[in-house]
Design a protein around this ligand. Structure first.
Ligand SMILES: [Zn+2]
Ligand SMILES: [Zn+2]
Length: 446
């Protein structure tokens, strides 16, 4: 196995590696094929075959024109374009979007940080780059239409999107860990989960969608596994924000961090994800929640939603807050939710973790970051634990309705975190405001 494929193999397991290798060999074969492999919903068409299907659909009026925010190259700007989307195929659903949140992961996508190696991308999708791609992976809307064989949703249903699909059939879903569903192997690639083709097009070009969602579009077509049905009286804007960052943060404290009543918790990075972690820690009964962020306005906001202490850096916490607060014991749980993890920050986080404590790593980092500064001796002798998490290690179909209900009852802060709403034409402005620290959470309202 090549060095480039190694991370993919390790991440997704031999089963997926074999599956995609199999698909790739078919995809690039000269022989026509129509058969499928694996579960019935994994039927893949060759790209050339898809082109003829698309032409046929056009002649039946099967496409619609909508506005979407896309990126066409790494570090390129967000561009709002009129694109074409097709009708949903089997297991797919068309959603009229109501809101899409803008999360720092979208910027990671734009800057190419989370783009897989060209060889891996080609194996997954038949082309070398994730670009052009529709941005957005948190959002909400109302089901417009459903394709054949969709059983769990119907037109008119209110839904939140989920950047982690949950199929309900794989080993991970069946063992209660749908946040690491096998379908997640496709989320950084782009073609539709159901058949490996595309429903979204800009002229003659097929568009990938961030995390199998691409929520920054007036309408989206997604696999039903990427949707969470919610009750119609619940707030759709809140649903959009809960569908990624806030859920991830909340679960990072409650599930992965396993915060217990009386614990001392530090949250490093107080944007959207950190705001979920702070509230999760408070709900779990933490005695103290220390909000750490270089942006004072984020610390101030954190103090209004459950943080008991705030400061500008981990070293500040180490020298000015923790000695007196914990008598030198430090934090039972440290949750890292910064935009972009650096090696130095990781050891700082470890250094404010108590004996027997847990460091929860929620932040994304560049694919290039393969080494972390860790005092290995102290990690071992202090009996500390490092835990990675995706979606806060909670089932999206449990977490999203649960937090929405808490919000509905006034027990979970969301509206306080929305700093500005944007139109679909203003996505680059929203990204600039996020980068400058002006925005805690920006939301596109459709
Ligand atoms: Zn996100
Ligand atoms: Zn699954």
């Amino acid at each position: 196995m090549s060095r480039l494929l190694a991370p993919f193999f390790v991440h997704n397991g031999p089963k997926h590696y074999a599956k995609y290798f199999h698909w790739h060999s078919r995809h690039t074969s000269k022989e026509p094929h129509t058969s499928c492999f694996g579960p019935d919903h994994f039927t893949w068409l060759k790209y050339e075959q898809w082109a003829s299907v698309r032409e046929a659909m056009k002649s039946h009026g099967g496409t619609m024109k909508v506005k979407a925010a896309i990126v066409t190259e790494a570090n390129g700007p967000w561009r709002t374009e009129v694109i074409e989307i097709d009708e949903p195929h089997a297991h797919e659903v068309k959603v009229k979007m109501a809101f899409s949140g803008l999360c720092y992961s979208d910027e990671h996508l734009r800057h190419g940080d989370i783009a897989q190696a060209p060889e891996v991308m080609e194996m997954l999708s038949g082309r070398k780059s994730v670009f052009p791609v529709i941005g957005g992976h948190e959002g909400s809307g109302i089901v417009e239409s459903v394709g054949p064989e969709v059983t769990g949703l119907q037109p008119g249903d209110h839904v939140a999107v989920s950047f982690v699909p949950s199929c309900g059939k794989c080993e991970y879903c069946l063992s209660g860990r749908s946040y690491i569903c096998d379908m997640g192997a496709t989320i950084l690639a782009g073609p539709m989960i159901a058949d490996g083709t595309w429903r979204h097009h800009l002229g003659e070009e097929n568009l990938n969608r961030m995390c199998q969602v691409g929520s920054m579009s007036e309408y989206i077509v997604v696999h039903e596994a990427s949707l969470i049905r919610i009750e119609p009286w619940l707030d759709l804007r809140a649903a959009a924000l809960i569908s990624c960052g806030l859920s991830t943060g909340y679960g990072s404290a409650v599930n992965r961090g396993d915060v217990k009543p009386g614990d001392t918790v530090a949250v490093i990075g107080c944007g959207g994800v950190g705001s979920g972690a702070i509230q999760g820690a408070a709900h779990a009964g933490a005695r103290a929640v220390i909000a750490i962020d270089t942006n004072q306005s984020k610390v101030d906001r954190a103090l209004k939603i459950g943080a008991t202490h705030g400061c500008a850096s981990t070293l500040d916490a180490a020298f000015t807050i923790l000695p007196e607060l914990t008598w030198g014991k430090n934090c039972d749980v440290v949750i890292i939710t910064v935009d972009n993890l650096t090696s130095e920050l990781f050891e700082q986080a470890r250094s404010i973790t108590a004996k027997g404590g847990t460091i929860v790593l929620t932040s994304l980092a560049s694919w290039d970051l393969t080494h972390l500064d860790i005092n290995v001796m102290l990690l071992a002798m202090m009996n500390q634990e490092i835990r990675g998490t995706v979606f806060g290690s909670e089932n999206p179909r449990i977490q999203v309705p649960k937090l929405l209900r808490l919000h509905h009852e006034g027990k979970f802060y969301i509206d306080e975190l929305v700093t500005r709403e944007y139109t679909i034409d203003q996505v680059q402005q929203a990204a600039d405001d996020l980068a400058s620290g002006e925005n805690l959470r920006g939301v596109v309202r459709f």
